[in-house]
Design a protein around this ligand. Structure first.
Ligand SMILES: Cc1ncc(COP(=O)(O)O)c(C=O)c1O
Length: 366
């Protein structure tokens, strides 16, 4: 008997693998596999979330007016040009949904965020993978991948899983090298973690160029991963097209209330930023001290560090050893990184604990 047949491009998708929170034997351990905020959530956001419990029978405001207004005010943007979604994941999918289709090409970097390939394949587009330059985004390699069928380029900046950062000059050069009918999506999920005042100029490009979409999230710095609130900023025409295909009620009342309160809690954000900068630097330095044993930390501007294992201790052995020691990190053989572990910057205790466990494993491996 015949049965409904999924589209071949859907069956070509390798399902997204989320960061794990339990060990093989079901033990609960420190989760450093999903780049969440180790300091939790702003107390003000939690309070706002709880107060939304009195409105459970209501649909959310389908136009997200208050969230857009608060975001616009905070970042100096036009609220009409803000779109929001169930995490920035949804906004990334909306971009492909509105601007790519069967036979079109979508470019992203070799060690890129797994959702880009899924979003491209979902609409029948062809994923095109640009080579890296020592794990970092290589603008020339991306430009060399452009063909007349290219419709969209996804860049995470800082990038996940590498933590690398493309400068404002590089992003400007990339944008200048793309035809105006190609949508450049700059994914700023980790933009708040960039050292100092540096930024890649993405928002200014989204403000002026007709082909740039910037996406942001409340999941990382704002500690609201559970609530799934992301947003994007682009020209009115891009935003209008994406609105046509978004789910009408993709963000919840409680999540929206929490996000608005989190935006106002600058103390929590500053504390998170300072904590991350301190322990990211400390941890990277610890890994540098294990350089003789073949360990290397890719320079990171995010809330995680990609550690490469090029000596006797393998990434797989270190992954298992860390799990035994009580830490789940991300081993990414499926993303072309069998020799790498992506380790979220945790609390002080967690970060010190991971470094101590790695050092012990290195010594044991000889
Ligand atoms: C680069 C990048 N973009 C987007 C996201 C999606 O975040 P969210 O859907 O929680 O906003 C993530 C999550 O890990 C990410 O690493």
């Amino acid at each position: 008997m015949s049965a409904p047949e999924p589209k071949p491009w859907i069956m070509a998708i390798a399902p997204y693998i989320p960061g794990r929170s339990t060990t093989d034997d079901g033990r609960k351990v420190a989760k450093l596999s999903s780049n969440e905020n180790p300091l939790g959530t702003s107390p003000k956001a939690r309070e706002a979330f709880l107060s939304a419990a009195s409105r459970l029978e209501r649909y959310p405001d389908a136009s997200g007016t208050e969230l857009r207004d608060v975001l616009a005010d905070k970042h100096g943007l036009d609220p009409a040009r803000i779109i929001y979604g169930n995490g920035s994941d949804e906004v990334l999918h909306l971009a492909a949904g509105a601007f790519a289709g069967p036979g079109d090409e979508v470019i992203f970097v070799k060690y890129g965020f797994a959702v880009y390939e899924i979003a491209a394949r979902r609409v029948g587009a062809v994923p095109v993978i640009a080579p890296d330059h020592d794990y970092a985004t290589d603008v020339d390699a991306i430009l060399a991948c452009v063909t007349e069928r290219t419709k969209l380029v996804y860049i995470a900046n800082p990038n996940n899983p590498t933590g690398t950062y493309a400068t404002k000059e590089e992003i400007a050069r990339l944008h200048a090298g793309l035809r105006p009918d190609i949508l450049l999506v700059l994914d700023h999920a980790y933009a708040e973690y960039i050292e100092g005042d540096a930024e890649d100029g993405g928002m200014a490009l989204a403000e002026t160029a007709p082909n740039v979409l910037v996406t942001r999230t409340f999941s990382k710095m704002y500690g609201l991963a559970a609530e799934r609130i992301g947003w994007g900023y682009a020209s009115p025409a891009i935003i209008e097209a994406m609105h046509r295909i978004r789910l009408p009620f993709s963000i919840t009342i409680a999540g929206t209330a929490a996000a608005i309160a989190a935006l106002g809690d600058t103390e929590f954000v500053e504390h998170t930023r300072a904590h991350n900068a301190k322990w990211r630097a400390w941890f990277s330095q610890e890994i540098a001290q294990l350089g003789n044993a073949g360990l290397r930390a890719v320079p990171s501007q995010a809330n995680f560090v990609l550690v490469l294992f090029e000596g006797k201790l393998t990434a797989e052995a270190a992954y298992k050893g860390l799990m035994d020691a009580g830490y789940i990190v991300r081993w990414l053989p499926g993303q072309g990184l069998p020799h790498g572990l992506r380790i979220t910057v945790g609390t002080e205790d967690e970060t010190r604990g991971v470094a101590t466990a790695l050092r012990a494993m290195v010594e044991k491996a000889g």
